[in-house]
Design a binder for this molecule. Structure first.
Ligand code: MN
Length: 740
């Protein structure tokens, strides 16, 4: 809808408004000094000058120099009592976004406080509101709160938005609509949440004006008609109220207030009420000096006018979550017309109008930073001045929840908002989108740039996931993800994979064992197996195999029912076959497997990391859950300590036919602490023609010993022992320890 020539004027709004001419620097200084008399004006002047230079030559849609906007924002901030840094940030809030000024420059010139505020405002400005996802307005609000970790960031953003709304008539209609909707859905509720009711009302009023011009005009006419009718009545009532209070010697100021167009409009819509049914559209406000007076005033009113039952509310005893405090009551006038009265102290009034911003004005001195402790101090101070204030803890919690939330909000490339626990990574995000997306993640883009899967996401990030058809979840992923849902999905995939592998491993072990006894595989049909496995305590073929793979059924027991009489005699020949198979497998390129599991050569085998066995060490195999056979040194402490299930032990031996294997062994050598020791140890090792991968020398000066931490490349245990013999010849050698 476009306003014609008869459209009503842009509604007059209150917060930081100065009619007649654009705001000037002097206005800002005067306004700041009103509330902060000792503010550092030089600092403000510096910020002003920097902004003026940065925005030089830029023009707004209104035809005014661009800089008129930041000046107005600074003025609004000064008028609602914000501190020096915040007001200065008003001058500079657009320079990083629009003028190629960097955040580092800001910090160097104006300090970390101001730089952080501008940075926050810039970041929020980059969040693109997607009107298609209106249902997510609450998430947008949360996201902005999460991004504004200093509450002043949000206040500057609100002042910025208020001034943009005031100058919206210069923009084309589609922009007016978009910006107004965003204001109504995102910003005015945020202003409400932190208790800044004046800014909230102004924003709503302007948004209403642009979004529903017809309804606005109609209501505007109705209200002014009604006001004309009732004016005499209200003036008389106001006078009577003042007189009654004076009679009781109560110091109080009576004012009247008209409920904002938008809130009346919303009431009419949501409650289906008529204008006549809205009691509080025209109300009186009585400001007192103390809480005691509030209740005295209430008593006086209820004595003289009939209160409407159910309309009395005590927000002093129970403040609203945004700290609003007041007594509300609705009375029936002598002519039968109801009117609402709000009673509160001046201080409560300031908090009601300015919300969180109000607390700066109670601080003496120049500035306070915005840590949680300052909020608490403010509230404590408020509490002591007000005598009593309840439920501040609850208020604190809400603000804290919003500011220091454990949740972050990020965007999908389509503009949808997703919530994740703080510390989440792109991998968490991928699993949140879909389990299959998570499983096949190969990379991620954050804000359009390639990013590691370990990147910690922050509110406002746009995250894009790249997938690959061959990607599979990995054990390490469990360390990358933060959300429990992602972790559970990875775990369950790994578990099912483990089961699949165990099943395959079990099948392999079973078949090799049969071969060892020269039992033709063809003769052992599935049906035959099925008929015999009940005795082993399993019912399904898959369970049979995985029981072998998991080591619950030993290979010997597994094949027993299928062996012909006297099969055991064929065992030696089975060993011959296995050597042939080894050679065969080597040709097939499986020679990396240095360990021969006795009789079973193509099962998965790996060297245990805990003891790092090398050729020559006495070894024992252990059937792991789904990862194949782990080969430990027989005396490996881990193997002993684990209280190993003997059923899962399997005998293994080194495949000596594979030549020139290389093992890395870590050794600690202890010696006397004497000059030349490093060179001697180093020579002793190199004399044995051994590669040294790491050589670290240290001294324990207290015990007067030298400690060498070395990693050697050896071919066998014989080789390693040769190194040890050479070391023992070094003068001052004490002993050594093979690690792992
Ligand atoms: Mn701006």
């Amino acid at each position: 809808m476009v306003f014609g020539k008869t459209s009503p004027p842009v509604p007059q709004t209150i917060a930081g408004y100065k009619s007649g001419r654009p705001h000037r620097y002097d206005d800002v200084v005067a306004e700041l000094l009103k509330h902060h008399p000792s503010a550092d004006v030089d600092f403000l002047a510096k910020a002003y000058a920097f902004g003026a230079k940065a925005h030089h030559g830029q023009i707004r849609k209104s035809g005014q120099p661009y800089y008129s906007h930041p000046i107005s924002v600074a003025f609004i901030l000064a008028s609602i009592h914000l501190d020096l840094e915040t007001v200065a940030a008003g001058f500079l809030h657009d320079v990083v976004e629009d003028c190629d000024v960097t955040n580092d420059q800001m910090e160097k010139l104006f300090g970390p406080d101001l730089a952080r505020i501008v940075d926050g405002v810039t970041k929020i400005g980059k969040v693109k509101f997607n009107s298609k996802v209106e249902a997510q307005a609450e998430n947008y609000r949360k996201m902005i709160l999460a991004m504004a970790d200093d509450i002043r960031v949000l206040i500057v953003k609100l002042a910025d938005r208020l001034h943009n709304m005031r100058t919206l008539h210069f923009l084309p209609e589609h922009k007016q609509q978009r910006i107004s909707r965003e204001t109504l859905e995102i910003f005015s509720p945020l202003a409400h949440r932190i208790g800044m009711s004046q800014i909230k009302n102004d924003l709503e009023m302007l948004a209403f004006y642009y979004l529903e011009p017809d309804a606005y005009r109609q209501l505007d006419q109705q209200l002014s008609g009604r006001e004309r009718q009732n004016r005499k009545l209200m003036v008389a009532l106001s006078k009577e109220l003042s007189e009654r209070l004076a009679k009781h010697e109560i110091q109080a100021v009576v004012t009247n207030r008209v409920k904002s167009h938008f809130s009346i409009h919303r009431k009419l819509q949501t409650q289906g009420a008529t204008l006549e049914g809205i009691y509080d559209y025209y109300a009186f406000r009585i400001l007192t000096e103390s809480i005691k007076d509030c209740y005295t005033v209430l008593g006086v009113l209820h004595e003289n006018w009939q209160p409407i039952p159910g309309r009395f509310k005590d927000f002093i005893a129970t403040p609203k979550l945004n700290l609003y405090q007041s007594l509300h009551t609705t009375l029936i006038g002598h002519n039968g017309i109801p009117f609402e009265v709000q009673i509160r102290t001046r201080m409560m009034h300031q908090v009601a109008e300015e919300g969180v911003a109000a607390h700066w004005s109670y601080k003496h001195g120049r500035l306070m930073s915005v840590g949680q402790s300052n909020y608490s101090n403010w509230l404590k101070k408020l509490a002591s001045e007000q005598g009593e204030i309840k439920d501040t803890a609850e208020f604190m919690e809400t603000i804290k929840d919003q500011l220091k939330t454990d949740e972050i909000l990020v965007f999908t490339p389509a503009g949808e908002i997703k919530s994740l626990p703080r510390g989440s990574t792109p991998l968490d995000f991928a699993y949140l989108i879909h389990t299959e997306v998570g499983h096949s993640t190969i990379g991620a883009k954050v804000d359009g740039k390639m990013a590691s899967l370990r990147t910690e996401l922050r509110s406002g990030h746009i995250v894009e996931i790249m997938t690959g058809p061959r990607q599979r979840p990995k054990q390490e992923w469990l360390k990358i993800v933060k959300s429990s849902s992602a972790r559970n999905k990875i775990r369950s995939w790994l578990r099912s994979e483990e089961r699949k592998k165990s099943l395959e491993l079990g099948r392999q072990i079973f078949e090799r064992e049969l071969r060892k006894y020269k039992v033709p595989l063809k003769s052992v049909t599935k049906d035959l197996i099925q008929s015999k496995i009940k005795d082993l305590g399993v019912s399904r073929l898959d369970d049979f195999y995985s029981a072998i793979g998991f080591g619950k059924i030993t290979p010997v027991k597994a094949v027993e029912p299928f062996l012909p009489e006297g099969a055991a005699e064929n065992k030696d020949e089975a060993a011959t076959e296995s050597r042939l198979m080894t050679a065969f497998n080597r040709l097939r390129g499986r020679s990396q497997q240095m360990v021969l599991v006795k009789g079973q050569h193509d099962v998965l085998v790996f060297l245990a990391k805990c003891c790092n066995p090398i050729i020559g060490d006495s070894i024992t195999g252990y059937i792991t859950r789904g990862r194949g056979v782990a080969v430990h040194k027989t005396d490996c402490p881990t193997l002993v300590k684990m209280g190993i299930n003997p059923e899962r032990k399997i005998s293994v031996e080194w495949d000596r036919s594979i030549e020139k294997q290389v093992f890395n062994v870590r050794v600690k050598i202890f010696t006397d602490d004497r000059p030349g020791m490093i060179a001697d140890i180093s020579h002793a090792i190199s004399d044995t023609k051994t590669n040294v991968l790491r050589f670290k020398a240290d001294a324990d000066s207290e015990k007067r010993v030298g400690i060498f931490d070395v990693v050697l490349e050896v071919h066998s245990l014989d080789h390693l022992q040769k190194v040890f013999r050479s070391l023992k010849k070094v003068k001052g050698y004490l002993n050594h320890e093979r690690m792992g």
